[in-house]
Ligand binder design. Sequence first.
Ligand SMILES: Nc1ncnc2c1ncn2[C@@H]1O[C@H](COP(=O)(O)OP(=O)(O)OP(=O)(O)O)[C@@H](O)[C@H]1O
Ligand SMILES: [Mg+2]
Length: 328
Amino acid sequence: MELKTVELTKQYGKKKAVNHMSVTLNAGVYGLLGANGAGKTTLMRLLCALQRPTEGRILLDGKNIEKLGEGYRDLLGYLPQGFGYYPDFRAIDFLRYIAALKGLEGKAGERRAWELLEEVGLSCEARHRIKTFSGGMKQRLGIAQAMLNDPRILILDEPTTGLDPKERVRFRNLISAFSKGRIVILSTHIVSDVEFIAERILVMKSGQIVHYGRPGEITSEIQGQVWECVVPAGHADRYVAELNVSNLRNERDGRTVLRVIAGERPMGNARLVEPNLEDLYLYYFREQPAGGRRARGRGLSEDASGAEECGRDFGSDVESQCEGGDER
Ligand SMILES: Nc1ncnc2c1ncn2[C@@H]1O[C@H](COP(=O)(O)OP(=O)(O)OP(=O)(O)O)[C@@H](O)[C@H]1O
Ligand SMILES: [Mg+2]
């Protein structure tokens, strides 16, 4: 299977949200990494045929997806960014509804809905109304609905938003098990997510792919440009304002260790270190100094907080293991 964009362009007024993009995707998990406004959602909507390109085309195995029409849509699963839910639906009813919309009715649809609820860790909440769900639980239900029709092409727009660390691991395992022989594209700002889930990373900036590669290889571009420097803690702010700092660690002895991206040795005691994806992200997307300050610390990756523990051991007979009423 080959999904290919050829000079794909989507223009809103003067703004080219996707700008003459030509990229070829084969089976595998692709991480689409980019800052706000880079064009990730626009690209995904184009790939889902929800929007028409201003210029260029998208080919599946050489055939224009516009000509494939419904046949193409049947192959797709899509989690939109900020997915709209039906608050009064119970989770299982929502999945039954989506299954029916996708033409998956009867026992097969029912079985797949329950399977997916289990896979995203929501089997105990199957009969709870969506309005009672936390943000992360809604997100997991969104991931389940995108996978209902066993799509050959799965497109997930910021699927890990709101997931706690445990759920991120579950998501990662779910995607890697699912991805065999399929194309999975997921967008995120969370560098560590693509680093571990994706086989290929597409770095998107201003509507174009500015970098493409395997997580291990992609950082080679900034090899020799990432440094660790030790400065007195009291002076750290000044260095952060002046340098491109991807991380900052306060030591107990009153010193601060800065991770700096710079073409030349930024200070006498700087030592070269191996670049990681977060450094690369900052290299491409560093904020311009505003009032003399740049992005600092690990603020570019999201540290999830408030991990919730379900702690249940889900077996096959999930319903019988779930306690409590059907409704909240
Ligand atoms: N319907 C629209 N009308 C006009 N401009 C739009 C529209 N949708 C997107 N844009 C513009 O296109 C650019 C790309 O937007 P897009 O939503 O694709 O970015 P993104 O990478 O998904 O950002 P985010 O990380 O914030 O979700 C932005 O400049 C945005 O303002
Ligand atoms: Mg977006």
